[in-house]
Design a binder for this molecule. Structure first.
Ligand code: OGA
Ligand code: NI
Length: 341
């Protein structure tokens, strides 16, 4: 528990040795291009005649960057603000209130922990704390959630429902864009929804460490609320580019499963989080996942003799195991599923 960065960061003047990355993994230039070219897509226009234009924008962005931002997305701004302020309060609670949820057992339903995804493999620490729990179906999952701050279940419950609707809507637009049968993502492929909240306290030396190492998300699609503090970078054309914080936007990124289902048409891009010395950054991340038993494969409608499948079929459960063993390395994560055509 005393491991949580949010509990001790204010007592240190310099970065503890265990957080110093080997030189080749450090963030390098902290000021990277804040990329205006990561498309910002206005979902308010995804109606009537303009819908096909928005579908095209989503497809183009998912192909070129694996990332885009959405505005006028239908999630209430008050709710977004309430949720952000609630999670700030959560990480600022006294140590004993957080201790209830602290666990190093990754199988625990609701879990607060620190550093990165896979502690066993990782020798250095990362400058973040993380709270995660499932949030669909709501009534069942809610029993596991914190009850402090007092409005936790009410606010996070509403947020989870609204963000689920948004993610299913985006998936319907992607489904249309790819030319898949309506409802393709409607059932097993979106059954498991995980909320993971990253908290990066102010860091004494952002040039030597990272909040999260380079990785791709293993799930289907991710909907991230980063608020107004910069820190998310995407690897594109041999360089890191920053994602501009737009407080009322969501950042959407394509996960490994959507890359595989689309037979490589959509791209899952590598990204990471850098820290800063001035203010804490809290990001609220919704991961839409297939059920563990789902069989994932390149969609039949997207493969043909001239466009053979790039991946073999597998169970999502198997993917999660090999992903976790790959320590976040993208090539290693996809290798067992590639067909060498
Ligand atoms: C993640 C992630 C980025 C961020 O949680 O998978 O990539 O900016 N987070 O917190
Ligand atoms: Ni990620």
């Amino acid at each position: 528990m005393e491991k949580l960065v949010s509990n001790w960061y204010s007592t240190v003047q310099s970065l503890p040795e265990s957080y110093v990355l080997p030189p080749d993994q450090r963030p390098g230039k902290l000021i990277v291009p804040l990329c205006k070219t990561i498309p910002v897509i206005d979902l308010g226009k995804a109606v009537g005649h303009d819908q096909s234009n928005i579908v095209q924008q989503i497809l183009d962005a998912s192909q070129e960057f694996g990332f885009f931002q959405v505005i006028n997305h239908g999630v209430s701004e008050n709710l977004m603000e309430d949720t952000r302020s609630l999670f700030k309060d959560f990480f600022n609670m006294p140590d004993e209130d957080k201790a209830i949820f602290y666990s190093e057992d990754s199988s625990k339903g609701c879990r607060l922990y620190t550093s990165s995804f896979n502690d066993a493999k990782i020798k250095v620490q990362y400058w973040r704390d993380n709270l995660r729990h499932p949030c669909h179906p709501l009534e069942e999952c809610m029993q596991l959630w914190p009850q402090k701050p007092t409005r936790y279940r009410e606010v996070v419950g509403k947020y989870s429902v609204e963000v689920r609707e948004l993610s299913l809507r985006i998936l319907r637009l992607i489904c249309e864009g790819l030319g898949l049968q309506p409802g393709y993502f409607g059932d097993e492929l979106t059954k498991f929804q995980l909320l993971t909240v990253n908290h990066y306290p102010p860091c004494p030396d952002p040039s030597l460490t990272l909040g999260l190492p380079k990785h791709c998300d293993p799930n289907l699609i991710t909907i991230l609320l980063q608020g107004d503090v910069y820190g998310l970078q995407v690897f594109k054309d041999v360089q890191w580019i920053g994602i501009e914080p737009l407080p009322n936007a969501f950042v959407v990124n394509i996960g490994h499963q959507l890359q595989i289902i689309s037979n490589g048409k959509l791209k899952s891009a590598e990204h990471r989080a850098v820290t800063n010395s001035k203010e804490a950054r809290t990001t609220i991340v919704t991961l839409i996942n297939p059920s563990f038993d789902s069989v994932i494969e390149s969609a039949e409608d997207l493969v043909s003799e001239c466009n053979p499948p790039l991946y073999r079929a597998f169970q999502y459960r198997e993917f999660l195991q090999t992903y976790s063993a790959s320590g976040g390395d993208t090539k290693t994560a996809l290798e067992p599923y590639k067909l060498h055509v």
